[in-house]
Design a protein around this ligand. Structure first.
Ligand SMILES: C[S@@+](CC[C@H](N)C(=O)[O-])C[C@H]1O[C@@H](n2cnc3c(N)ncnc32)[C@H](O)[C@@H]1O
Length: 218
C-alpha cells in the first residue's frame, strides 16, 4: 500500500463514518482490508483502492464497514446500565407520569447487546411501566450488524459476556447451539440503519440516548 492509498482511505473513512485513522494504524487497515481485496479478486490494497476509485459504491460501503469495530457485549461497563436502572428510569417514571411514554435511542447498537440489555432492564420494571408506551430505537451504520440484531441470536460465548445467568434463563431460549432472545423482548427494539454524521432531526426527540464506544478504537 502506498502513502497515497493510505491517505485516500483515511479521508474516505473520515468522510463516510467520522472515524479518524491515525498514521500508526496501517497494520489495522491491512488486516481488515486484505480479506476484502481477496474477495474482490485483486492481489492487494493498491488494486483495491483503484477499484474503489473506479466508482464501486458497494465496495466503498464494504470497506467502511470492514474498518468499523463491532465489539460489544451485554451490560458493557455495567455502571451506565446500573445508573439507567437505579436513577434514570425511576426519575423518568416520575417526570413522564403525565404522558406515560419513553423514547430511548441506542445510537451505535452494533449487534444488539446494548439495546437488548436496556430492553431487559425495562422488562424487569414491567409492573411500574404497565400501560406505558416504550420505544427503543437502535441504529448503526452497518446493515450487516443490524441483521444480527433483528435475529436476536447469540452464541454461547456472546451470552457468557456480561449477561447475568438469571436473565439468560428468563429471556432466552436455546436454539441448537445458539441462544435466541424471546420475541417479546426483541419486539421492544426497532432497528434502523443510520449514520451518525447524518442529520438527527427525522429521528425525533428522545428521553435517553446511549451513544457509546463508537470512536474508542481510533
Ligand atoms: C464498538 S461498537 C459499540 C457498540 C455499543 N454501543 C457498545 O458500546 O457496546 C461501535 C459501533 O459503531 C458503529 N459506527 C461507527 N461509525 C458510525 C457512524 N458514523 N454512524 C453510526 N454507527 C457507527 C459501528 O458500526 C459499530 O457497530
Amino acid at each position: 500500500m502506498t502513502p497515497l492509498d493510505y491517505e485516500y482511505l483515511q479521508k474516505l473513512l473520515k468522510d463516510r463514518s467520522g472515524l479518524v485513522l491515525s498514521a500508526d494504524k496501517k497494520y489495522l487497515l491491512e488486516s481488515r482490508l486484505l480479506p476484502l481485496a481477496r474477495k474482490a479478486g485483486v492481489p492487494g490494497i493498491t488494486d483495491l483502492v483503484q477499484k474503489m476509485k473506479a466508482g464501486s459504491d458497494s465496495l466503498i460501503n464494504d470497506v467502511v464497514e470492514a474498518m468499523t469495530t463491532n465489539e460489544t457485549f451485554f451490560f458493557r461497563d455495567k455502571t451506565p446500565f446500573d445508573h439507567f436502572k437505579d436513577s434514570v428510569i425511576p426519575e423518568l417514571i416520575k417526570a413522564r407520569a403525565g404522558r406515560k411514554s419513553l423514547r430511548i435511542w441506542c445510537a451505535a447498537s452494533s449487534t444488539g447487546q446494548e439495546p437488548y440489555s436496556l430492553a431487559m432492564l425495562l422488562k424487569e420494571k414491567a409492573a411500574e411501566l404497565a400501560g406505558w408506551r416504550i420505544e427503543i430505537i437502535a441504529t448503526d451504520l452497518s446493515p450487516e450488524v443490524l441483521e444480527k440484531c433483528k435475529a436476536g441470536l447469540y452464541t454461547q460465548f456472546e451470552v457468557q459476556r456480561g449477561l447475568p445467568i438469571q436473565l439468560l434463563v428468563k429471556y432466552f431460549k436455546q436454539v441448537g447451539t445458539m441462544w435466541q432472545l424471546n420475541a417479546d423482548v426483541r419486539s421492544m427494539v426497532q432497528f434502523r440503519q443510520f449514520n451518525l454524521l447524518q442529520d438527527f432531526t427525522a429521528l425525533g426527540k428522545f428521553d435517553v440516548i446511549f451513544c457509546r464506544n463508537v470512536l474508542i478504537y481510533f
